[in-house]
Design a protein around this ligand. Structure first.
Ligand SMILES: [Zn+2]
Length: 60
């Protein structure tokens, strides 16, 4: 099952989207405005994949 939630992008502040994939316990945050992408495991909080163009590359 996939649950969608509207959020604000942590990178650019525009409207972004968070998807919960309940079957494999993954949370994906994506922003169509700045191509921000963050994929987390919802159990451990571990970052599986992250991409934020330009703004804070030192965190990646
Ligand atoms: Zn963004």
């Amino acid at each position: 099952m996939r649950i969608k939630q509207k959020i604000y992008c942590p990178n650019c502040g525009n409207n972004a989207q968070r998807d919960y994939f309940t079957r494999n316990k993954i949370v994906q945050t994506s922003c169509p405005t700045c191509d921000y992408l963050m994929v987390n495991c919802s159990l451990t909080g571990k970052v599986l994949e992250a991409y934020a163009p330009g703004v804070f590359p030192s965190l990646l």
